[in-house]
Design a protein around this ligand. Structure first.
Ligand SMILES: C[S@@+](CC[C@H](N)C(=O)[O-])C[C@H]1O[C@@H](n2cnc3c(N)ncnc32)[C@H](O)[C@@H]1O
Length: 276
């Protein structure tokens, strides 16, 4: 099922592409440490094991692809960012990585036994198109799983960012427009979406993810150096508003210090299904 966007898909894709090209150098050591906490759950769910043909799209810097290869899967990683792929290839020189668009996969029908999309859907102008493409390239009986972040309220990480964005009052600029960041992390909605794409045995489970740090500035490092949409939000602010938001993020993170360590939760929803 494809969304009818209220935003410009081409402009959004270009914004995302430019952003990820800037994030590759630090992604693995910052945000990648968080996303990787879902690796084993995804690989278990898609049954990645010896000789399973496994596609990870988007693969980012290749952590999930590397973990799948350790299980003996025949791995292909796909991403549209040349810099993310260069980092992935440097870390996993023996694996196959392809540059391409997850909404228009450069593979034949039924080419894979397992497909994953780890924290990718909210970055595509049309997440439904990427799910349909995953379905197309899966062989009958093949399994698909995606993860997406749970919203503020469940996630203290996203809660402090959302609260901080209100700090400047009227001066704040909106988040760059793109697909809904909450729809696909809703358990019922995710299962409905997968069923509408043709998947059966759909399942939605919440996975724990935690950010631990000693210094709240680490949260700003993650935002400025390794992710795209929240950085876009901050960079779109007038300087004074930006300063207020940064300060509110630092204070928000600090308020989650326990026994000397800041612990932020950012659970993920993992939704999955099987191609009949
Ligand atoms: C949040 S990162 C996730 C990377 C990795 N899956 C992980 O969980 O760490 C989002 C990734 O999506 C890629 N991406 C965004 N839009 C894409 C598209 N249309 N096609 C392929 N890759 C895309 C970005 O380059 C980036 O590597």
């Amino acid at each position: 099922m494809s969304e009818k966007p209220s935003y410009d898909p081409k402009a959004f894709k270009e914004f995302e592409h430019a952003g990820w090209e800037r994030s590759a150098a630090n992604y693995h050591d910052l945000f990648g440490r968080l996303t990787a906490q879902t690796n084993e759950a995804i690989l278990g769910r898609v049954d990645a094991r010896t000789d399973v043909r496994f596609l990870d799209a988007p693969c980012g810097t290749g952590e999930l692809a590397g973990a799948a290869a350790k299980r003996g899967a025949r791995v292909t990683g796909l991403d549209f960012s040349a810099t993310m792929l260069a980092d992935a290839r440097g870390r996993h020189p023996d694996l196959e990585f392809r540059q391409g668009d997850a909404e228009n996969l450069p593979f034949e029908n039924a080419a894979f036994d397992a497909v994953s999309c780890q924290f990718g859907l909210r970055h595509f102008p049309d997440p439904g198109k990427a799910i349909a493409e995953a379905f197309r390239v899966l062989a009958p009986g093949g399994r698909y799983a995606y993860t997406d972040w749970c919203p503020p309220g469940i996630s203290t990480f996203f809660q402090i960012i959302m609260d901080a964005a209100k700090a400047p009052g009227d001066a704040s600029a909106p988040l760059p427009e793109g697909p809904s960041v909450s729809r696909l992390s809703d358990p019922d909605e995710s299962r409905r979406t997968l069923a509408a794409a043709g998947f059966e045995e759909t399942e939605a489970v919440e996975l724990p993810v935690e950010l631990r740090c000693g210094d709240p500035r680490y949260v700003l490092d993650i935002i400025y150096k390794s992710i795209v949409r929240t950085r876009g939000l901050l960079e779109a602010q007038p300087p004074e508003a930006r300063e207020k938001i940064e300060q509110a993020i630092l204070e928000g993170a600090e308020s989650h210090r326990k026994d000397g360590e800041i612990v932020l939760t950012l659970p993920a929803l993992m939704a999955s299904g099987r191609k009949p």
